[in-house]
Design a protein around this ligand. Structure first.
Ligand SMILES: [Fe+2]
Ligand SMILES: [Fe+2]
Length: 461
């Protein structure tokens, strides 16, 4: 129930007896008893206050997508990395919904996109300064996630259900993603604690961030302000994103080649045979755990440059999380323990510390376009051989990668003004350098800058 209804001044009604009686008679004779709309006009907010709150919701969600993106390299645990790739998009999508609603609440897109809040930024610097993944989950889900969920439910309760119905619908749609997300985080944190992570350290961090959020007036900024914690990690050391791709201890990894057959040492199947191509495809999908890292990191690196580019990157990150899952599940289905097949870390190791435009050019222009060159014939061959599982997954993956190539055009334009030939050349130079450093090129050979085909081969995408 609204806790404070708008005052409606008692203005006289010029009602006429005969018309009123007529209306009552017509109503009584009308045969249909439709469901009654029980919503009451009222609500707590003016459009201005509604927009002020929605702007903060938008900003928290946008910053969450960016911030989670900045952690994608540094999360070692496979399941958490995948889930995080998905959550990042839930937040970007929530931001998009609030942004849209704000344009209907008298805010211009330019104003919305330019909105910044130094206190919220300070809160994020601290939240992102988590010591490890469990602490990150505490901040993102147990502190901020829960506070946002509560603020959204409260907003639904206090805004006018009739005049502001579109906001209520938006909030409900956002909450649909929140419920499973927060439930998953609780289970994940329980798994960390049961596996030996110190619970009191996590509780201490939760309390610290809760107080910090309270000190800025909570999510809406309208709560009574609490005392700010005296010492912040982010003040002692400003937050910087990780640059090294981490994997959990179930994985064996390699960085000295992009070629699975070379990495394996002994051939599993005859080189170039269908079995060989098929397993390489499935492994490449599972190893797109590195694409979660790439696109998530770009989202952080280009933050605030262009909302659509951020949104596309978030969506691609989710798609890559899905490709990783597809690879993992397919490995199981075709007879492997997914962790018996070593994980290729070559390209992510090169991209991790790189400027986003070159890393993006490599994964998008070389990697994703490279996949499209061969996937069509794989699909045909899989169908011909009645390999229905691989035919099924590669069909959907092709559709996704085509979408990524298309969206990549916009993202690259936001990242750089460089012309294509110049961008491609610099990207090839940087990756040649990195591959040399990793020892990923054949011994003894002297290389000039690799061609794009050579990079596709040596990095293995
Ligand atoms: Fe992919
Ligand atoms: Fe992709």
């Amino acid at each position: 129930m609204p806790d404070q209804l708008l005052e409606i001044a008692p203005l006289p009604a010029a009602t006429r007896e005969s018309e009123r009686t007529g209306a009552a008679e017509r109503r009584a004779a009308y045969p249909f008893r439709f469901p009654r709309d029980r919503r009451k006009i009222g609500g707590k907010h003016t459009v201005e206050e509604n927009a002020r709150r929605l702007m903060r919701f938008f900003y928290f969600e946008r910053r969450l997508a960016q911030g989670i993106g900045s952690w994608t390299l540094a999360i070692p645990d496979f399941e958490v990395k995948i889930e995080t790739g998905r959550h990042l998009f839930w937040h970007a999508d929530a931001a998009k919904r609030f942004r849209e609603r704000l344009t209907e609440q008298e805010k211009r897109l330019e104003t919305i996109d330019a909105f910044r809040d130094a206190e919220i930024d300070g809160f994020f610097d601290e939240l992102l300064s988590a010591a490890d993944t469990p602490e990150l989950l505490v901040g993102v889900h147990q502190v901020l996630g829960r506070a946002l969920e509560t603020a959204y439910r409260h907003h639904i309760d206090i805004t006018c259900p009739v005049t502001d119905a579109p906001t209520i619908r938006t909030l409900r749609q956002v909450l649909l993603d929140y419920e499973p997300m927060l439930a998953w985080a609780e289970d994940a944190l329980e798994a960390y604690v049961e596996g030996g992570v110190d619970e009191s350290r996590l509780e201490g961090w939760r309390w610290h961030l809760t107080r910090l959020l309270a000190s800025i007036g909570g999510v809406t900024g309208a709560d009574e302000r609490a005392q700010r914690p005296a010492r912040l990690r982010s003040e002692a050391k400003p937050y910087e994103r990780g640059e090294v791709p981490l994997r959990d201890s179930r994985f064996a990894t390699f960085t000295t080649t992009g070629d699975y057959n070379l990495a394996d040492g002994k051939l599993r199947f005859e080189e170039g045979s269908y079995d060989d191509q098929r397993l390489r495809f499935v492994r490449t999908q599972r190893d797109e755990v590195d694409a979660i890292e790439a696109f998530g990191t770009f989202l952080w690196d280009i933050r605030f440059k262009d909302f659509d580019a951020e949104y596309f990157l978030a969506r691609i990150t989710w798609d890559e999380a899905r490709h990783t899952e597809i690879g993992h599940k397919t490995m199981l289905t075709i007879g492997y323990d997914p962790f018996e097949l070593p994980n290729r870390l070559t390209s992510s190791t090169c991209r991790g510390p790189m400027e986003p435009e070159y890393a993006m050019a490599e994964i998008n222009l070389f990697g994703e376009i490279g996949v499209l060159k061969t996937i069509g014939s794989l699909i045909e061959e899989a169908r011909r051989r009645d390999d229905s599982l691989v035919a099924h997954i590669s069909d959907f993956i092709r559709a996704d990668e085509r979408t990524h190539v298309r969206k990549g055009q916009h993202i690259l334009k936001v990242m750089t003004d460089m012309g294509m030939p110049e961008l491609e050349l610099r990207t090839r130079e940087l990756f040649t350098e990195c591959l040399v450093t990793l020892g990923a090129l054949p011994k003894g050979a002297s290389f000039g800058t690799l061609t794009r085909e050579e990079i596709e081969r040596y990095i293995g995408e």
